[in-house]
Design a protein around this ligand. Structure first.
Ligand code: ZN
Length: 212
């Protein structure tokens, strides 16, 4: 190979390296941007639930001071709200949001106990969150929906049994809103956390294996 041939070969090889390097850098940027976007979406879902829990808690602030048992439950719920907020801030991957919703599940159950106590009612049995929107809080009973037994809050159970649609939690996917169970891996951690302590329980047997 003459001198010109060697120069040309070196130039071609160098150009090829530049193209490959640019391409892999571009792919790396796109992958990082996509991961960041998924974290924003998952955090948005969890943040809405943390805020909803906080709103319910603030409406009960006066009740919590009425007696020692209510004050203890209120203090526990407040601590859980703070823990959920800290876990939300600390989340670095969409899957980390499972820690937020696991805390929220306990928090919503604590609020249910507090509400029953202050109303002078017996403490209801602990139940899994409403399937249609875990942010609705603990379910009140299981109903049959699309051939599956699903835990539902009182409002959704009444709607479904009257032939109406439940209030299904939707999330953003590809610039449109879909039911959360069609939201893809972005929301897996968020949904799974709500049912972590219910894994293996017959009340969630029809929903947990397939989704969370
Ligand atoms: Zn519901």
């Amino acid at each position: 190979m003459d001198y010109l041939g060697v120069v040309l070969l070196v130039a071609v090889v160098a150009a090829a390296f530049v193209v490959i390097a640019r391409s892999s850098i571009g792919q790396g940027h796109r992958a990082r941007a996509e991961r960041a976007r998924q974290l924003v979406l998952a955090k948005r879902a969890a943040e809405a639930d943390v805020n909803g829990f906080g709103d319910e808690l603030s409406q009960l602030s006066i009740l919590g001071e009425q007696d020692a048992a209510a004050a203890d439950l209120y203090e526990l719920a407040t601590a859980l709200h703070h823990r959920a907020l800290e876990a939300l801030i600390a989340a670095r991957r969409p899957d980390d949001l499972c820690q937020v919703t696991e805390i929220l599940e306990e928090g919503r159950w604590t609020l249910t106990r507090l509400t029953a106590w202050t109303a002078g009612q017996p403490t209801p049995s602990r139940r899994p969150p409403c399937f249609f929107n875990p942010g609705h809080g603990p379910s009140t009973r299981n109903i049959v929906w699309q051939h599956r037994s699903v835990p539902a809050c009182a409002a959704d159970a009444t709607r479904v049994e009257a032939g109406a649609d439940p209030y299904i939690r939707t999330v953003e996917r590809d610039d449109r809103r879909v039911p959360y169970w069609e939201g893809g891996p972005t929301y897996d951690g968020w949904a799974r956390g709500y049912y972590t302590s219910w894994r293996g329980n017959r009340l969630v047997a029809d929903i947990v294996p397939s989704k969370v």
